[in-house]
Design a protein around this ligand. Sequence first.
Ligand code: FEO
Ligand code: CA
Ligand code: CA
Ligand code: CA
Length: 667
Amino acid sequence: KPETPQRPETLSFKAVDKNKNDLITVPEGYEATVLYALGDPLSSQISAWQDSSRESGASYTMRSGDCHDGMHFFGVGSNNKWDSNQSARGLLVLNHEYINPNYLHPTGATVVTGKRTVEDEVIKEFNAHGVSVVEVKKDEKTSQVSMVKDSVFNRRITATTEMEFGGPVKGAELVKTRFSSNGNKTRGTHNNCGNGYTPWGTYLTCEENYIGYFARNAADDLKRTAKEIIALNRYGLKQGSGSRYQWETVTGSSQQDLFDRWNASVTADSAEQDYRNGPNTFGWIVEIDPFSTAAPRKRTALGRFAHEDCRVSPAVEGQPLTFYMGDDSRGEYIYKFVSKAPWSNADINGGYAAGDKYLNEGTLYVAKFSDDGKGQWIELSYGKNGLTSNNTVYAFASQADVLVHTRLAGDVVGATKMDRPEWCAVNPKNGEVYVTLTNNSDRGSKYPVDAMNPRQYNDAKDGKTSTGNNNGHIIRFKEANNRHDGTTFTWDIYLFGAQADAASNINLSGLTDANDFSSPDGMWFDNRGVLWIQTDDGQYTDVTNCMMLAALPGQVGDGGAASAQALSNTSGQQTTIKGKNASENSLKRFLVGPKECEITGIAMTPDCKAIFLNVQHPGEDSKPDYNNPASFGSHWPATQTNAANTTSRPRSATVVVTRKDGGMILG
Ligand code: FEO
Ligand code: CA
Ligand code: CA
Ligand code: CA
């Protein structure tokens, strides 16, 4: 077994300058190579993607989807099973969160009087969502990575792939649909944002903003119970809501049910005859075994909300596994799930059977922080903590009801409303858990400031009055006695985003030109304990494209960049937040992405010689004029090899960064 590489003592590379180039920029001595871009075929039987987006919808079941996001690398051993030490050969498993119809189709989506009229376009949109499994190989000498085009492992999971439910919601009334009258299965996964992976070698994909894919007729409330209306409103599907891509508007199809399912209105006599429960079949953590073609499983015991990310505690023989999760919406909560079964190393490579063992039974908790640097995990189990049938907020009928309506359960127990909890990362060195709080424009207004979310204004440099927490921060916590299955913890704030030239009561972490950033989102610890931080838009894209930073954090209580004494302050002043400045030795910008992109998704080979990341939605903000390709907001990835390109379409893509000398990243 190869030794895990050591964490570097300091960050010695020269920081990448902030820039607005239409390129990926990496430090001197490194190179970035595009590996897998929107439309790229997974088989040599499928034609190469042409720069006109004319490929058929059906072909996307074997092409890269759009908007690459969360990702993991699973080494493949000589027996074709997962081998956590293998770097030369592996499966990259990655999410395709959503789509940009402007570039996915030749001239954008066809909509005629509010209806989608080209069925194949909508099929392409179904198939451009979901997950890719892609085999890659790495040259042991040069560290160059390439895709294995005809691997038997290569496949796509899409918004129509059949899936099974696992856990307490399987077979519940709340998930019965015309497709599955017994509520045991459903179709598809979409809006897959962050991810996770299990100690037994499977991938976890997180269903985030799924609710926007459904439409609900005006006056649908008249056909609903009071309980249903409370739940639909809490999850953001008010009656009269339209859907993001209007998939439900396709008519006259020979496969009409594929389209009808996106209308979540009551249209028949019973739930078994329509899709009133359609939204309840999304918003889950979905387990995918990249080594099996069996149906993926929606793990309902982990709750239903806008799942951003799901990260497991270090696997310790004989102790339960704990999975940390964020609900990315303003004022939402941080959760954890503790497995009932204690971990056994015998379950490595146990596939979905191991998933059934660890992810179907256990306890879901929500975080309640207090201003004094302490916190508690509150159990979300039916019959406890007010989660009962006589609750006045919502009358819970069963554990399935608690899980389908996790947000309402969090409300009942008084969980702490956070500034958009996105990715969670567990430090392999000490088990501490980090959560990005990307930003919250409503902090200080709809949500009062508290010690955990202490900012309500910052960065007035835009020439506008900025309110809310617009640059975000990273909170971290340490479980009591280092037991991830416990119910108390201590916390502090590790880092505040800000631009370097902002006033000191805004640039609370003392960021410099080498490490300033806004809106932390993607975040992951590699096996050495290096923390990688990725950014999504925020209010710094007027100065620089989104980026990725490397960090060498300390521990809770060391002052981080700010302390737990960051007192709640309702007067709008932030001068009470004291902390240590971030140092360029321990926080530095490693990469800047192309125009109008988000940098998200991160994985590495176990030898730390190849790091993978995703460029999501380059060029998204500009409205294209198809007669004038120069109008496209970006021409990346074509610009990565030809910087003068002004004609190509922008495409989301997976990128691998290696060292030119084949050595270890940050080595
Ligand atoms: Fe899909 Fe919360 O980012
Ligand atoms: Ca995200
Ligand atoms: Ca985001
Ligand atoms: Ca700005």
